[in-house]
Design a protein around this ligand. Structure first.
Ligand SMILES: Nc1ncnc2c1ncn2[C@@H]1O[C@H](COP(=O)(O)OP(=O)(O)O)[C@@H](O)[C@H]1O
Ligand SMILES: [Mg+2]
Length: 488
């Protein structure tokens, strides 16, 4: 056999790489990834409206010398299987080129290292003209003529990415500058969320000199947010960290916080896993079909941190916008969901219940806040229990208390949750005539007992009428009023 070279056609292949599916926001975020991987502490995005608008992403990261920059300009400059530094957000050696060229026809990169500037560019029209993978190298004088090149004055090392000729945006609008401004505005929100952990750690990103404030989807600074215990899933040498958060009920959120979590309407849509690769948010607001996105879990958000060493396992794609969750991890994640979804529901229900009462009702079950969650306990102040306590001997009381504790311990949390979620829990607000009869008989017995013990019957009545289930039933209340008359 004879070996032949089957080289791709540069203009055709580049055109298909342009359509991998980046959006404007994800493209800019991919360039920011590179700056963060290069340990930049300040990144400036300049979006300059013009007859020929341009965008610059400038960072004060490590920079590249001429040899490194030339290599970085190559499509597939790094082997995807190469082991990356722990904080490296790159993967395929493509992002710089594919993200930039998905938006524009002209990409120029200038980098400063060892006191020297070097620059190269990809120009799609030139690639077509030459029908080859040609890039252009800039001379020192040519570099000095580039837009805003004075940015380098203040840094020892750094990199400048210039995007020009936004052909795709141009084709979609009559007012390109206005459209870019709009896209940049949603990019700011995207970056504020996707890089929120870097922003909180001191990395600064500016858009036209305005600093981006981080958006923390877990509202960790809000005291009412419940952070659950971090759990670790070990896969070989690597560790995935899983930490569920339950957001406060939206009534408790300030306008600012509510906006951060997507507003009242989007609160539900944004529930689910928040998957981080290193500290960069990749995917959010999904349960990966492990659970339904419903009302019950709408306050639950689970932070999942995957190290980049697990890219293979998770199937991270070039745009870093999708990842497939493998079955081995699904099971472990599910136990976290169960817990957080359940608690989320309780925060929700609880507020609804508290709102219409406070001092007005005696509930049978008390919801008690503990160090790491909530517990349900039978209310020992219920008038019936008080009456029994006065009636029992000491050792019967001890037995009785043990029984109550036992009932509390075996509260069927999981099955109740599933039944509620399925809408199959019987609603007991409707009482049959027999049930009512029985409760009235019990009430009369209690009144007799009160009298026998020399207790205040009217006081007992006033307590019991506020107590579940009596307080929920008008018929019961009427009958009780009748019965108490003879004591007044
Ligand atoms: N802003 C930057 N600062 C320093 N080096 C960079 C920067 N952007 C890109 N590089 C270098 O270029 C290489 C190729 O970048 P890219 O095409 O985005 O692929 P990847 O990020 O997957 O490695 C990077 O690995 C890095 O070495
Ligand atoms: Mg990259």
């Amino acid at each position: 056999m004879i070996e032949k070279q089957s080289l791709p056609s540069a203009p055709i292949l580049i055109e298909s790489i342009r359509s991998i599916g980046y959006s404007f926001e994800t493209a800019i975020a991919d360039l920011i990834d590179n700056s963060i991987s290069a340990k930049a502490t300040r990144i400036d995005i300049l979006s300059i409206p013009n007859e020929e608008p341009y965008i610059i992403i400038f960072d004060n990261g490590n920079g590249m010398n001429k040899v490194e920059l030339e290599e970085a300009m190559r499509l597939g400059s790094k082997n995807p299987n190469e082991v990356r530094e722990e904080n490296d957000l790159g993967r395929f050696g493509l992002g710089l080129k594919s993200a930039s060229l998905s938006q524009c026809r002209n990409l120029t990169v200038v980098s400063k290292k060892d006191g020297k500037l070097s620059a190269f560019s990809w120009n799609l029209d030139y690639v077509i003209e030459r029908n080859s993978w040609s890039i252009l190298e800039y001379s020192e004088e040519e570099i000095m003529q580039l837009e805003n090149i004075e940015l380098f004055k203040d840094v020892e090392t750094g990199t400048y990415v210039l995007l020009k000729k936004f052909d795709k945006i141009q084709a979609s609008t009559l007012e390109i500058n206005k459209t870019i401004t709009e896209k940049m505005s949603s990019t700011i929100d995207h970056l504020a969320l996707v890089f929120h952990r870097y922003l909180d750690d001191g990395v600064e990103i500016y858009v036209n000199n305005r600093k981006i404030e981080s958006i923390d989807p877990f509202l960790t600074k809000n005291k009412a947010t419940q952070a659950k215990r971090t759990q670790e899933i070990k896969i070989g040498e690597s560790i995935i960290k899983v930490k569920p958060y339950i957001l406060p009920h939206y009534n408790k959120l300030s306008e600012d916080d509510l906006k951060k979590v997507g507003g009242k309407e989007d609160l539900r849509k944004n529930q689910g896993f928040y998957i981080y690769r290193n500290k960069r948010l990749i995917i959010w607001g999904t349960w990966f079909r492990l659970s339904r996105q419903d009302e019950l879990s709408k306050l639950a958000r689970v932070m999942v941190e995957i190290p980049n060493s697990l890219d293979d396992v998770w199937g991270i794609d070039i745009k870093k916008s999708t990842a497939n969750i493998p079955d081995i991890i699904k099971k472990n994640l599910y136990s976290c969901i169960e817990e957080s979804v359940f608690t989320s529901k309780e925060v929700y229900r609880y507020r609804g219940r508290k709102e219409n009462n406070s001092e007005k009702y005696n509930y049978v079950w008390d919801r008690i806040k503990t160090r790491d969650g909530y517990e349900y306990r039978i209310n020992r102040d219920l008038p019936q229990i008080q009456l029994l306590s006065k009636n029992f001997d000491k050792d019967v009381l001890i037995e009785f208390e043990r029984l109550l504790k036992n009932i509390e311990k075996s509260f069927p949390t999981n099955t109740v949750y599933l039944d509620v979620a399925d809408g199959k829990l019987k609603n007991d607000s409707e009482m049959s005539a027999e049930e009512i009869d029985e409760l009235i008989m019990a009430f009369e017995d209690s009144l007799n007992k009160c009298q026998e013990l020399g207790l205040n019957v009217i006081e007992f009545y006033e307590q019991i009428i506020k107590t579940e289930p009596y307080c929920n039933n008008e018929k019961l209340k009427e009958l009780m009023k009748e019965k108490i008359k003879k004591y007044e």
